[in-house]
Design a protein around this ligand. Structure first.
Ligand code: ATP
Length: 303
C-alpha cells in the first residue's frame, strides 16, 4: 500500500521494473490501475468464461519492434485441459503467459478465448478469469489473512481458512503467534519459497478462476513440499483450462499436451509418451533430467 503514496514518476519506474515479472502481474494491476498502456476498446465486451478454450493463432510478438521473441505460435488448450510448456531459458515460455494475460499486445495473429479475441474484451473480465501461481510470489506487507483473501476480497473468514487448508498452509499459520494476523512480506515474517507458493495456491483456490497459469519455480523445493504442492496444483487444475510453465519435466509428464519451445518457436508438441517415442529434443531433455536426478540421489546417499 505504501507504493500508492509514492510520487507518480516513481510509480512509472516501478511499473517498468515489475512489468516483465509474471509474479507481480496481479499486484501491479491492483496498485497501478491508472497506469495501463493497454486500453480497452470503447465497445469491449465481457469475456465468456464458461468452459474456456484458449487458442493462440499464428502469434508473432516482440517486446521491442527490433527484436522478435515469438514466431508464428499456434496451439489450442481445450476447455479443462492442461498444457505444459518446456524449453530452455529465454525460449519464450513466460512470454506466452504474459500475452494471455494481455500484458502486451501482439504484433500479428490472435489470442482467443472461447473464440473471443482477448483485445475485444475488457481487461477486467479477462484478468478476473485467470488465477496465477507465480514462480516467486510477492507478498504484501500485510497480514497473511489479507494476502490470501486478496484472491477474493469479499470471501468469508471460513472460505479463507478453507482455501488455506486446501493449500496445506492453515496449520502452519495457526502455529504462528499471531496466527492469521501475522504480518508477512519484506518487512514482516519472511516465508520460505514453498510457503509463499502455498499462499499463492490458497489465493487461486479462493479466486476460483476458469483459467489457471502455473509458473513453476526454477529452484526445486524440498521433495516433500514439491510433491504436496504438485498434488495440490493437480487437484485445482481439474476442470480448469491450465497453462503450466515447467522447468522440471517430471512434474508435467501427465499433462494433456506438452509444447517444447526453442528460440521463440514451438519445435515439438505432443503427450509425454509421444514425445519420448519421437526421440528428439524432449526425449533428450528427459534423459538429461533423469540422469541429473540419479546423480543427485547418489550424492545425497554418499553424504
Ligand atoms: P525462463 O525459463 O528463464 O523463465 P522463458 O522461456 O520464460 O525463460 P521469457 O521470459 O519468455 O523466457 O523470455 C523470452 C525472451 O524475451 C528472452 O530473450 C528475454 O530476454 C526477452 N524478454 C523477456 N521479458 C522482456 C522485456 N520485458 N523486455 C524485453 N525483452 C524481454
Amino acid at each position: 500500500l505504501l507504493q500508492l503514496y509514492m510520487p507518480l514518476h516513481f510509480l512509472g519506474f516501478v511499473y517498468r521494473e515489475i512489468k516483465h515479472s509474471l509474479a507481480d502481474m496481479e499486484r501491479m494491476f491492483s496498485l497501478l490501475d491508472e497506469n495501463r498502456e493497454i486500453k480497452d476498446k470503447p465497445e469491449a465486451g465481457t469475456l465468456n468464461t464458461q468452459k474456456p478454450t484458449i487458442r493462440f493463432d499464428h502469434v508473432d510478438f516482440g517486446y521491442d519492434t527490433n527484436r522478435q521473441i515469438l514466431f508464428d505460435i499456434s496451439f489450442d488448450i481445450p476447455a479443462g485441459h492442461t498444457i505444459a510448456v518446456v524449453g530452455q531459458s529465454g525460449s519464450g515460455k513466460s512470454t506466452l503467459a504474459r500475452l494471455l494475460f494481455r500484458f502486451y499486445d501482439i504484433q500479428s495473429g490472435a489470442i482467443r478465448i472461447n473464440n473471443q479475441d482477448i483485445r475485444d474484451v475488457t481487461q477486467q473480465s479477462l484478468r478476473a478469469s485467470m488465477g496465477i501461481v507465480p514462480q516467486d510470489t510477492v507478498l504484501f506487507n500485510d497480514s497473511i489473512y489479507y494476502n490470501i483473501a486478496y484472491g477474493r476480497p469479499d470471501a468469508t473468514h471460513e472460505e479463507v481458512y478453507a482455501a488455506a487448508r486446501s493449500a496445506q498452509i492453515h496449520d502452519f499459520i495457526e502455529s504462528l503467534p499471531n496466527k492469521y494476523e501475522t504480518i508477512v512480506g519484506e518487512r514482516g515474517l519472511k516465508l520460505s519459497g514453498g510457503e509463499k507458493q502455498r499462499v499463492a495456491i490458497a489465493r487461486s483456490i479462493l479466486k476460483n478462476p476458469a483459467i489457471l497459469i502455473f509458473d513453476e519455480a526454477t529452484s526445486a523445493l524440498d521433495s516433500n513440499s514439491e510433491k504436496q504442492i504438485q498434488a495440490e496444483l493437480k487437484r485445482i487444475a481439474q476442470n480448469r483450462t491450465t497453462l503450466t510453465i515447467a522447468h522440471r519435466l517430471s512434474t508435467i509428464a501427465d499433462a494433456d499436451q506438452i509444447l517444447v519451445m526453442k528460440n521463440g518457436r514451438i519445435i515439438e508438441q505432443g503427450k509425454h509418451t509421444e514425445l519420448l517415442a519421437a526421440n528428439k529434443t524432449y526425449a533428450r531433455m528427459w534423459a538429461l533430467q533423469q540422469q541429473a536426478q540419479k546423480l543427485q540421489l547418489i550424492e545425497k546417499h554418499n553424504k
